[in-house]
Design a protein around this ligand. Structure first.
Ligand code: URA
Length: 449
């Protein structure tokens, strides 16, 4: 069985035969576990020894954990066994299915349009979903997009949407179904009844050192996406300093695993690998990113953002790139976004005033100390600085500050003059602003021409 751990630094190690996880029971004088059917310690031991579990055994573990019969300590031992031993593609598909079926799934009515979605593994300044969802709905699809909140340096779509006053992401499946019928798009958070197994298991993995496992990440992401009952899904798998996956190799392994699960479950899944060495677009921070997404929805905005949106949308929309471009340039996607805002409790008139609604007390321009060409805008450092300004959350229970972050950020390859603005900092305090300026100066490298 292939090991599918991700280690910090992004290296994928292989466990050689007989190395690592030996039959330790014997060493400690305890007889090896005997498989006795649905006995939790036995299943943990068998996975620890690298055996393949059946779909029924995996479903037994997930169902038992979700309803509270299997305690955290047993489930964290199981997650650690998976972390070290990995899972076969068949096991990963079984885990995904069990997690997906732990709660409610979308059930779309007969005669519906193609149901599609996109998932990104997250990055810095990644506001692609805000543009793509209404765009693809305009192209004649239904997009029931269930998204998450930001954690660590990467932002979350829900936090960005909540920067729009009144926007309600806590809608139930009934509301979502009605909105899909009407507008073809709904952007919402995971409800209590949507993939509860993932909610519980992800929180456990977070505190038990078992997040970076390809098998567990695949099942976590795909269970939520497949519970949307999709026909097509595009995965935007990022790699680089500002991404969950640091190396292209790890991103490829995750992409292959997620595509295999999609195939196993009868959904057309496309994976696109995108570097996340510099932030997407020029804005990082919740309200600032919504403003930039609106520019893109109006047919403008940064080129890289528009390109990623079109590249991903083309995979699922069922129309040509030219058709998608005219939906952006002709205002249809923007109109659909505004209607979605109204349907979910916001006032579209507020969108033009987001700058004022979320105006940070300090807006400071950082200027280039010398002329040259920009050779680096380190996404990880920019993300870290945004987190410290308060735009993100260090732990799940933290709140976020909608107003803070960066805009007018330079892009790699641009030439700058001495004294030219390379970034604007939006900060709540002088100390925050000073920290952010030092971070931006370290993140942006300008080389003499
Ligand atoms: N995002 C998820 O939803 N799950 C993971 O395990 C990792 C990232």
């Amino acid at each position: 069985m292939g090991d599918n751990r991700i280690l910090s630094g992004g290296v994928n190690l292989q466990i050689s035969e007989g190395g690592g996880c030996q039959k330790r029971d014997w060493l400690w004088g305890v007889p090896p576990c005997k498989p006795t059917g649905m006995h939790v310690p036995t299943l943990i031991c068998r996975k620890r020894e690298g055996e393949e579990l059946s779909a029924q055994e995996i479903a037994f573990l997930i169902d038992g954990y979700t309803c509270g019969e299997i305690p955290d300590y047993q489930m964290s031992a199981f997650a650690m066994a998976v972390f070290f031993q990995g899972m076969t593609p068949v096991e990963i598909a079984a885990l995904t299915r069990a997690m997906m079926q732990s709660g409610d799934c979308f059930s779309h009515r007969d005669g519906r349009l193609p149901v599609v979605d996109k998932h990104s593994t997250g990055g810095i300044g990644d506001k692609v979903s805000l543009v793509l969802a209404p765009l693809v709905a305009c192209a004649g699809c239904w997009v029931p997009m269930v998204s998450g909140r930001g954690l660590g340096i990467t932002g979350g779509t829900l936090d960005k949407l909540e920067a729009i006053p009144g926007f309600n992401v806590q809608v139930g499946l009934d509301h979502a179904a009605a909105q899909l019928d009407d507008l073809g798009v709904v952007m919402m958070g995971q409800t209590e009844r949507f993939c509860p197994a993932d909610k519980k298991l992800y929180a456990l993995r977070d505190v038990s050192g078992t997040v970076p496992s390809i098998a567990l990440i695949t099942a976590s992401i795909m269970s939520k996406k497949l519970a949307e009952s999709l026909d097509r899904l595009v995965l935007d798998v990022k790699y680089g300093s500002g991404a969950f996956m640091q190396t292209r190799e790890d991103a490829e392994a995750l992409a292959a695993s997620m595509v295999a699960v999609g195939q196993e479950m009868g959904v057309e899944v496309h994976a696109v690998l995108n570097p996340m060495h510099e932030p997407t677009g020029r804005a990082v921070g919740n309200a600032l990113e919504v403003i930039e997404a609106l520019e893109c929805l109006d047919g403008g905005g940064p080129t890289d953002l528009r390109q990623v949106v079109l590249e991903l949308a083309e995979k699922i929309a069922g129309v040509s790139r030219e058709a998608l471009e005219s939906l952006l340039d002709g205002g249809a996607a923007r109109q659909r976004f505004d209607r979605m805002v109204a349907a979910q409790g916001g006032d579209p008139a507020d969108l033009a005033r987001l700058h004022e609604i979320h105006r940070a007390p300090i807006i400071h321009e950082v200027v280039a100390n010398s002329a040259g060409v920009v050779t680096q805008v380190h996404a990880g450092m920019v993300g870290q600085a945004a987190l410290q300004l308060g735009a993100g959350r260090a732990k799940a229970s933290d709140g976020v500050d909608f107003a803070v972050g960066f805009d007018r950020l330079v892009k790699c390859g641009e030439t700058v003059r001495e004294g030219q603005v390379i970034c604007r900092i939006h900060a709540r305090t002088d100390e925050g602003c000073e920290m952010a300026e030092a971070a931006i100066r370290a993140a942006v490298k300008i080389s003499k021409i």
